[in-house]
Write a protein that binds this ligand. Structure first.
Ligand SMILES: *[C@@H]1O[C@H](CO)[C@@H](O)[C@H](O)[C@H]1NC(C)=O
Length: 192
């Protein structure tokens, strides 16, 4: 019984710890020339909500009469998410930059592709050959507070917002958890 309680406490603790740490995700970007029957891997990325790195990268084989190449990835639901760009942009003399758009949870939901002449781009970080990558975070737009009365002071100035107080439990759960853990360990020791 004590062992069980101890285990469940430990598990709870580890779960909350795991939730606060962020692990790197991986993403395969595919290149898909318009006339090609299927896509080929273009770049393998690892990313978190702020940084991305290129693990492998290979330029696509583009059929000579093809002008357009689709670039994208399959999201977790399996649907294609991507853009189309000129085949000329994959030439060796171009500086290419993948932009990884991530949402509030840090998941990639779209990509962008920027191309400039080699040597004109200032970024040197997160770069492999002529390809670089950057993470673009979604900026939440301003949210209007609807149906909320405007509170003003007697002189007509805006009243100060109330601060939301954390409950006692929210503030001190770790101390309580530690205390309970100690009790369990101590009483377990006595019983032996
Ligand atoms: C993302 O990864 C970079 C290194 O690749 C690291 O410096 C950064 O702290 C990480 N960000 C988060 C939020 O974990």
């Amino acid at each position: 019984m004590h062992v069980y309680a101890l285990c469940s406490l430990l598990l709870t603790f580890l779960c909350s710890l795991a939730a606060s740490l962020e692990t790197d995700r991986t993403l395969d970007i595919h290149a898909w020339p318009l006339s090609a029957p299927k896509s080929t891997s273009y770049a393998q990325l690892t990313y978190n909500s702020t940084h991305a790195n290129i693990k492998t990268h290979s330029n696509p084989a583009i059929p000579p009469n093809d002008d357009i190449v689709r670039l994208g990835f399959h999201n977790s639901a399996g649907t294609w998410s991507g853009i189309a760009t000129a085949a000329l942009n994959f030439r060796a003399e171009k500086d290419k930059k993948l932009q990884l758009h991530v949402n509030g949870e840090g998941m990639a939901y779209h990509i962008g592709f920027k191309v400039s002449e080699l040597g004109t781009s200032s970024t040197t970080s997160n770069k492999k050959d002529d390809l670089s990558v950057e993470v673009v975070r979604a900026q939440p737009g301003p949210i209007p507070h609807l149906n909320r009365p405007v509170v003003v002071n007697a002189d007509g100035s805006a009243a100060e917002e109330e601060k939301v107080e954390k409950t006692f439990l929210q503030k001190y759960w770790w101390a309580i958890a530690g205390f309970v853990l100690l009790q369990v360990v101590l009483s377990g020791g006595k019983g032996e």
